[in-house]
Design a protein around this ligand. Structure first.
Ligand SMILES: O=P(O)(O)OC[C@H]1O[C@H](OP(=O)(O)OP(=O)(O)O)[C@H](O)[C@@H]1O
Ligand SMILES: O=c1cc[nH]c(=O)[nH]1
Ligand SMILES: [Mg+2]
Length: 209
């Protein structure tokens, strides 16, 4: 069974407080998503496989270690884009493969509108989406990543609802889920409570006025 990890680090809690604040403007919101993603990535990549590599320092040759698997990042558009550059900062060689979904407001079902996968799937994929609400988008995204041929999938989100976690665990029991916070519940519009509102709109400054 995959694990569910909620980050407990004080810096995560500190940045989440500003992220949730409705007065935080988009440029600050983006910075906060970025900082939280760095902390999330540190945790989610703790078990990445390594392979030996010989390196010549100015003093002598020495045995070091480097990542031993191809890592793919799969941001779920749009909001997942707010996370992918931060992960790339820590794993510069990671491949980035995009998946476009929006959640239909009436049915709450994910609607796919973009997919960019190659013929050669990476061994390991990190699916990125700041919000795991009903879990519909995550389940569909993970399903597509697995069908593509990826063996190991982890889901990274900033805020997860218990309902979404349960849905992902039922459909994909092998997948590890990492979240900066697991919130209380979903409201009648399937928004996370207390949450932060619509992550995509806050990242891209497209809130309805
Ligand atoms: O768990 P679910 O109930 O499927 O909801 C979560 C999805 O909803 C949001 O995307 P949205 O549809 O708002 O698209 P956007 O990223 O373009 O704003 C969010 O970024 C997730 O992809
Ligand atoms: O709370 C939520 C739920 C879905 N999508 C969001 O961006 N926020
Ligand atoms: Mg949105």
């Amino acid at each position: 069974m995959g694990k569910v990890v909620e980050l407990k680090h004080p810096l995560v809690k500190h940045h989440l407080a500003s992220l949730r604040n409705k007065h935080t403007p988009p440029h600050a919101f983006r910075d906060l998503v970025r900082r939280l993603t760095l902390l999330l990535t540190y945790e989610a990549t703790a078990k990445l496989p390594l392979q030996p590599v010989e390196v010549e320092t100015p003093i002598m040759k020495t045995e070091c270690q480097e990542l031993g698997a191809r890592v793919g990042l799969v941001p779920i558009l749009r909001a997942g884009l707010g996370m992918s550059e931060a992960v790339q900062d820590l794993i510069p060689q990671a491949e980035v493969w995009h998946l476009g979904f929006y959640r239909d407001e009436a049915t709450l079902q994910p609607v796919e509108y973009y997919q960019k996968f190659s013929e050669h799937p990476p061994e390991l994929a990190l699916v990125l989406d700041p919000m795991l609400a009903t879990g519909g988008s995550a389940c569909e995204g993970i399903e597509m990543v697995k069908r593509w041929g990826v063996q190991h999938v982890s889901m990274l989100c900033v805020i997860a609802a218990p309902e979404g976690i349960e849905k992902v665990r039922e459909a994909h029991p092998d997948v590890d889920i990492f979240a900066c916070a697991i919130d209380d519940h979903l409201n009648e519009n399937a928004y996370i409570v207390p949450g932060l509102g619509d992550a995509g709109d806050r990242i891209f400054n497209t809130l309805k006025r």
